[in-house]
Design a protein around this ligand. Structure first.
Ligand code: BGC
Length: 765
C-alpha cells in the first residue's frame, strides 16, 4: 500500500517536472526568438505629412505640434528606452546568446509617425550589430588614440565608426568617453584620452564631428567626474567649484560648444550629493543655461536615475535603456502633488524631439550598405592609428631592431599571441580579425626569411633558453579584460556594501579598477628571468594606462607602450619594432616614479574628494620628478627646437597669443613630432598650476628638414574661475610660454608675454 502511494507521488512529481520543463523551454524559445530576432524599425521619418512638415518648417515648431497631440502616456514613452520587462529580457538574452547588444528602440510613436533612435556604444568600433553582421572595424582603444596626439586621426576614426553604425542600423553613438584620468588605476582609463582637460577637449570635438558627419547623434560621456569604476553607482565625488570648472568640466564644455553633439550621457556617480542624472546644477544650470547645450541628456544604463521627479526637475530627457524611474503613474502622481508640472515634461520631450528629428529626415540611407564595413581604407586607418599611438619610453640603442637576414626572433609572453583588444564591457567591439603581436612580427619577418619563435612564458626555463639563443627578444607583458576595464557586477547592493566596507565584494567578476599599478606577479617574474638572457630585448606593454615600472625598469633596454592596439595592432607593432615607421606617440598622462605620488585613489569608496591638482600639474607643483612626463615619447630621430618667438608680446584680453618656433629633424629618418605649448602662471595672485597645456601640433619632418611651426592660444583660454564672482577672469600680468616636445622643463624653450588692460583710447569705441 505504502509502496504504491510512493509510486503515485513519484509519477506525479515527474509529470510536474516534465510540464515545468516544457513550459520553461517554450517560454525560453519564445523569448529567444522574440529578442534575438526582434523587429527592426526604420530610424527615419517615412510618414509623408510629417516629412513635408519637417522640410517646410523648423524642427522645434514641428516638435511642439507633435507634443501637443500626445497623450500623457505617449509623452512619458518619449522619456525612456523600452518598457522594463521587454527591454531587460532583450538585453539579457542577446548578451547570453549573441554576445552583443540588441537594438533598443527609443521614443517610437507609430500613431504620430515618429521614428525611434537606437544607441550603439562605440569608443573603439560600432558595438550594436545588424542581424547578418558579425564584426566591424576595431580601432585601438581611446587612450591609445589620445597618445597619437593627432585629433585629425580621431576625426577619421569616428567617421568610420559612424559609417559602420549606420550600416548596422544605428543612429546614436555613445561615444566619445571624455572623462578625465585622475588616477591611472581607473578601470576604464583605456576608453578616454588622458589626464589633461585640453587634450580631452580637442579629442572630444574631433570625435563628435567625425561621428556626426554620417548623421549619427554623438553622445559624449559620462557627465561628470566619473573616474572610479568599482564604486561608480554609489560614489559621491566632492569637488569645489574652482576644481569642477577648471579641471573636470572644460573638456565637456569645449566638446559641447565646438562639437555640438546631439546628446550627452549623465554619469552614474553623485557629485556633491546629487546623482548626476538628477543634478539640476549640472544638467540645467551649467550644461543648458551656461553652455547653451541644445541637445538631450540620456542616463547611463540601468542605474542612472533613481527618482523620476528629480530627473524631471534636473532636466534629464531620457532614462536608458528601460523605464525604471520615469513611469507614467509616478510622474502623474508628482504632477497631482504639485512637485512637477506637465509643462516641464512637455519641455523635455520637445527638446529631445527637436534635436532627434533633425537626424531623422536624412535621405541618404542607401549609402550605408553592409559592404562598407571593414573597407580597406578603414583597416588601413586602424593600422595607422595603432602606429601613431605607440609610445617609446626607453631605448638604449636597441630599437629599431637590426634588419639583418637569417636571424631568429623570440616573441615571449602570455599576451604575445592572444586577441586582446581591450575590455569586455560596453566599449567592446567585435573585430573582423585581430592580428596579435606574434602574428604581426611573424608575417613581417617571414617575408624577410627570418624565423620567429613563440613562447607563452608559462615554462620559464624554456623561455629563458629561447631568449638566450635568439638574436632578439620581444617580451610582451600587460593586461587583459580580466585585469582592467568596465566592472561587471550585477548587484547594486554588493557595490554599496563594498563601498562602505572598502573591501572587494565576494565573487568579484571581471574588469574594474587597478588599485595596485604593478604588473601581475607572473609578468614581473618573467621580466626578471628573461631580461638578463639577451641584451637585444624590447619590452612591449599592452594595457590602457600607466603602470609602476620601478621593479624592473633598469633591467630592460627598451620599453614600448603598445596599448590595446585594435585589429591591426600586430602589423603596427612590427612596423614600429623594425623601423618601417618611427614611433610618434606621446604619453597622454604622467607616470610617477612611486605610486604614492598620485592623488589618493581606491576602488571601493562611498565618498571621495577630488582636488585641484593631479597628473603633471600635481607633480609640477610639488616638485616631483615623474618617471616619464606627460607628453613624453621618443623617436628614431632627434628633434631640436630653436628660435621661439612671441609674435606680439603685449596682448589684450580679446587677442590671441601667437608663437613661432623652428623644429628640426636632425636625424636620418622621416618622423613625426608633437610640438606642445604650455602657458605658465608664476605671477598669478591666486594659486595656479606651474603650467598648462594650451596648444599642440603634430608635424611630419623629413631627415634634416626644419619647419616653422605656429601655435596659437586665445587669451580667454588663460582665465581662471573665480568662485566668489562666479566668473572666468583673465589676469593682467606677465605669463610664461613654453614650447617643446614634452612637459619636462628640460624639453621646453621659454619666452614671456603679458596681458594688459586696454588703454583708454582702446576702449573709446
Ligand atoms: C556604460 C556606458 C555605456 C552603457 C551602454 C554603461 O554600463 O557605463 O558607457 O554607454 O553602459 O552600453
Amino acid at each position: 500500500m505504502a509502496k504504491s502511494r510512493f509510486k503515485k507521488w513519484f509519477i506525479r512529481i515527474l509529470k510536474g517536472l516534465g510540464i515545468l520543463f516544457v513550459l520553461l523551454f517554450v517560454t525560453g524559445a519564445i523569448l529567444y526568438y522574440n529578442n534575438t530576432n526582434y523587429d527592426m524599425y526604420s530610424l527615419y521619418v517615412s510618414d509623408g505629412v510629417l516629412k513635408t512638415k519637417l522640410k517646410n518648417s523648423d524642427t522645434k515648431t514641428v516638435a511642439e505640434e507633435l507634443v501637443a497631440q500626445m497623450t500623457f502616456d505617449e509623452k512619458v514613452n518619449q522619456l525612456y528606452g523600452e518598457k522594463f520587462a521587454g527591454g531587460m529580457a532583450k538585453m539579457g538574452i542577446n548578451f547570453i546568446f549573441k554576445e552583443r547588444f540588441p537594438h533598443i528602440y527609443v521614443g517610437k510613436n507609430e500613431r504620430l509617425g515618429i521614428p525611434p533612435w537606437v544607441l550603439s556604444d562605440g569608443p573603439r568600433g560600432a558595438r550594436v550589430l545588424d542581424k547578418d553582421i558579425d564584426a566591424v572595424t576595431t580601432f585601438p582603444v581611446g587612450m591609445a588614440r589620445g597618445a597619437t596626439w593627432n585629433p585629425e586621426l580621431e576625426f577619421e576614426v569616428h567617421k568610420v565608426i559612424g559609417q559602420e553604425m549606420r550600416a548596422n542600423k544605428v543612429n546614436y553613438g555613445a561615444t566619445p568617453c571624455i572623462n578625465l584620468l585622475r588616477h591611472p588605476g581607473w578601470g576604464r582609463a583605456q576608453e578616454t584620452y588622458g589626464e589633461d582637460p585640453w587634450l580631452l577637449g580637442e579629442f572630444g570635438v574631433a570625435a563628435v564631428k567625425g561621428l556626426e558627419t554620417h548623421n549619427v547623434m554623438a553622445c559624449p560621456k559620462h557627465f561628470a567626474l566619473n573616474s572610479i569604476e568599482n564604486s561608480r553607482w554609489v560614489v559621491d565625488v566632492k569637488v569645489d567649484e574652482r576644481t569642477l570648472r577648471e579641471v573636470y568640466l572644460p573638456h565637456f564644455k569645449k566638446t559641447v560648444q565646438e562639437g555640438k553633439p546631439a546628446s550627452i550621457m549623465s554619469a552614474y556617480n553623485l557629485v556633491n550629493g546629487d546623482y548626476c542624472g538628477e543634478s539640476k546644477y549640472l544638467l540645467t544650470d551649467i550644461l543648458k543655461n551656461e553652455w547653451g547645450f541644445e541637445g538631450f541628456v540620456t542616463t547611463d544604463w540601468v542605474a542612472g536615475l533613481y527618482d523620476g521627479v528629480k530627473g524631471v526637475q534636473a532636466g534629464l530627457h531620457v532614462e536608458m535603456p528601460v523605464s525604471q524611474a520615469y513611469k507614467p503613474e509616478l510622474l502623474q502622481e508628482a504632477i497631482d502633488n504639485g512637485q512637477i508640472t506637465e509643462a516641464a515634461i512637455d519641455r523635455l520631450v520637445t527638446e529631445s524631439l527637436t534635436t532627434r528629428l533633425k537626424y531623422a529626415i536624412g535621405d541618404d540611407q542607401s549609402k550605408y550598405t553592409h559592404d562598407i564595413i571593414g573597407k580597406p581604407s578603414s583597416v588601413a586607418l586602424a593600422r595607422q592609428v595603432a602606429e601613431e599611438s605607440m609610445v617609446l619610453l626607453k631605448n638604449d640603442g636597441v630599437l629599431p631592431f637590426h634588419p639583418k637576414k637569417g636571424k631568429t626572433i623570440a616573441v615571449i609572453g602570455r599576451l604575445a599571441d592572444i586577441e586582446n583588444t581591450g575590455d569586455r564591457g560596453s566599449s567592446d567591439s567585435n573585430p573582423i580579425y585581430v592580428e596579435t603581436p606574434y602574428e604581426g612580427i611573424q608575417k613581417y619577418q617571414e617575408a624577410k626569411g627570418n624565423t620567429v619563435v613563440l613562447n607563452d612564458g608559462s615554462d620559464i626555463e624554456s623561455a629563458k633558453k629561447l631568449a638566450q639563443e635568439a638574436d632578439e627578444v620581444v617580451l610582451v607583458v600587460g593586461f587583459t579584460h580580466e585585469d582592467e576595464g568596465e566592472y561587471i557586477i550585477f548587484s547594486r547592493e554588493k557595490m554599496e556594501e563594498a563601498a562602505k566596507t572598502g573591501k572587494a565584494p565576494e565573487g568579484t567578476t571581471i574588469g574594474g579598477d587597478r588599485p595596485d599599478l604593478s604588473l601581475l606577479a607572473t609578468d614581473q617574474s618573467l621580466i626578471k628571468a628573461i631580461a638578463p638572457q639577451n641584451k637585444n630585448l624590447a619590452l612591449v606593454y599592452v594595457g590602457g594606462s600607466a603602470i609602476d615600472m620601478m621593479e624592473w625598469e633598469d633591467e630592460v633596454p627598451a620599453i614600448l607602450f603598445a596599448w590595446y592596439a585594435g585589429m591591426e595592432g600586430g602589423a603596427a607593432l612590427a612596423n614600429i619594432l623594425y623601423g618601417e615607421v618611427s614611433p610618434s606617440g606621446k604619453l597622454p598622462f604622467s607616470i610617477a616614479k612611486e605610486q604614492k605620488d598620485y592623488p589618493y585613489f581606491t576602488p571601493y569608496i562611498k565618498e571621495i574628494a577630488y582636488g585641484y591638482y593631479h597628473g603633471y600639474t600635481l607633480f609640477d607643483k610639488k616638485g616631483i620628478t615623474p618617471a616619464y612626463p606627460f607628453g613624453f615619447g621618443m623617436s628614431y630621430t632627434n628633434f631640436s627646437y630653436d628660435s621661439l618667438i612671441v609674435a606680439q608680446p603685449a596682448l589684450l584680453k580679446d587677442d590671441a597669443l601667437q608663437v613661432n618656433v623652428k623644429v628640426t629633424n636632425s636625424g636620418e629618418v622621416t618622423a613625426k613630432e608633437v610640438v606642445q605649448l604650455y602657458v605658465g602662471f608664476s605671477n598669478s595672485k591666486v594659486d595656479r598650476p606651474i603650467k598648462l597645456l594650451r596648444d599642440f601640433n603634430k608635424v611630419a619632418l623629413a631627415p634634416r628638414e626644419t619647419k616653422n611651426i605656429t601655435l596659437e592660444v586665445p587669451v580667454k583660454d588663460l582665465a581662471w574661475y573665480n568662485p566668489e564672482t562666479k566668473t572666468w577672469e583673465v589676469e593682467t600680468m606677465a605669463y610664461e610660454v613654453y614650447v617643446g616636445g614634452s612637459s619636462k622643463t628640460d624639453d621646453l624653450l621659454k619666452a614671456e608675454f603679458s596681458v594688459m588692460e586696454p588703454k583708454d583710447e582702446d576702449t573709446d569705441h
